[in-house]
Design a binder for this molecule. Structure first.
Ligand SMILES: Nc1ncnc2c1ncn2[C@@H]1O[C@H](COP(=O)(O)OP(=O)(O)OP(=O)(O)O)[C@@H](O)[C@H]1O
Length: 265
């Protein structure tokens, strides 16, 4: 048993260094009946990078997240989280993954602290360590002073911040956020996005931030444009402007996706 664990640990380290990426997706396709939701998708998220997955409704963002988190099984291609293949080594891969889903998933009748300690316990931490981690995570998102309040008293933006704190309890190396600012006012959106940018800069986490809101792009971000299940562009913001032959990201995005629409017609 111990030997098996050592072999696992060694192959895990080997896997990490062989790809060097927080997330590596290669040639992944997925269909729902006749609908091809993902078509030969390949992309990377580097450690310490804020990567925006930009796509309109129906682009395939949520389907990709469902494959990375193993809600769906990927029957084609490969997905690696910090060097661990999610099919061959699911527990090692998912151990390093934090997720903030599109829909709200906190228990509003519990306090912030109870929500987080409960979740930390699910990760296998003891009572005292769960509490310590919960307070630390709440501090990171600026809500530790409200630890003993019920979640139902929070605004939408504050609840999102608690979900981000929850996703960080087990020190993930990769964080996925699926349209995390939808429905928030402009100040709350700003607060949520700057907290996550800080996590990238201070903790070196690789972040994949799915959105259709182009104004969430910062000039230092890495951008992946998805459209109708395909990756149309992957790279820097200046590279996006060049690929889309435009002076701003919104026009570049429109030019890229409209070209694809015209080609498909
Ligand atoms: N469970 C499902 N059953 C059938 N079709 C689905 C299912 N989930 C997604 N699809 C289809 O797959 C395609 C990609 O959808 P997906 O939800 O992944 O896109 P998205 O970029 O996340 O969009 P949204 O922002 O609207 O969630 C769409 O055509 C969608 O209708």
């Amino acid at each position: 048993m111990l030997r098996r664990k050592m072999v696992d640990a060694l192959t895990s380290q080997k896997g990490s260094s062989s790809t060097g990426e927080a997330l590596r997706v290669r040639n992944v396709s997925h269909s729902f009946g006749d609908t091809r939701a993902l078509n030969d998708v390949s992309l990377d998220v580097a450690p310490g990078s804020f990567t925006i997955l930009l796509g309109l409704n129906g682009a395939g963002k949520s389907t990709l997240f469902s494959l990375i988190t193993r809600l769906y099984d990927n029957t084609s291609g490969e997905i690696h989280i910090l060097g661990n293949d999610v099919r061959r080594r699911p527990s090692a891969a998912l151990q390093r993954l934090g997720v903030v889903f599109q829909s709200r998933t906190l228990d509003s009748d519990l306090t912030l602290l109870q929500n987080l300690t409960y979740h930390a316990a699910l990760h296998g931490f003891g009572r005292r360590e769960s509490k310590r981690r919960a307070h630390e995570a709440l501090k990171t998102v600026g809500l530790d002073e409200r630890a003993k309040e019920k979640v139902r008293n929070l605004s939408g933006g504050q609840a999102r911040r608690v979900e981000i704190a929850r996703s960080m309890l087990h020190d993930p190396g990769l964080l996925l956020l699926d349209e995390p600012t939808v429905g928030l006012d402009i100040d709350s959106r700003q607060s949520v996005i700057s907290i996550v940018r800080r996590l990238v800069n201070e903790h070196g986490i690789g972040v994949l931030w799915a959105t259709h809101l182009i104004d969430e792009i910062d000039k230092t971000d890495k951008i992946i444009v998805m459209h109708k299940g395909r990756v149309l562009y992957s790279g820097s913001v200046p590279g996006l402007l060049e690929a889309g032959q435009a002076n701003d990201p919104a026009s570049a995005f429109r030019n890229l996706t409209e070209t694809t629409r015209a080609e498909a017609a």
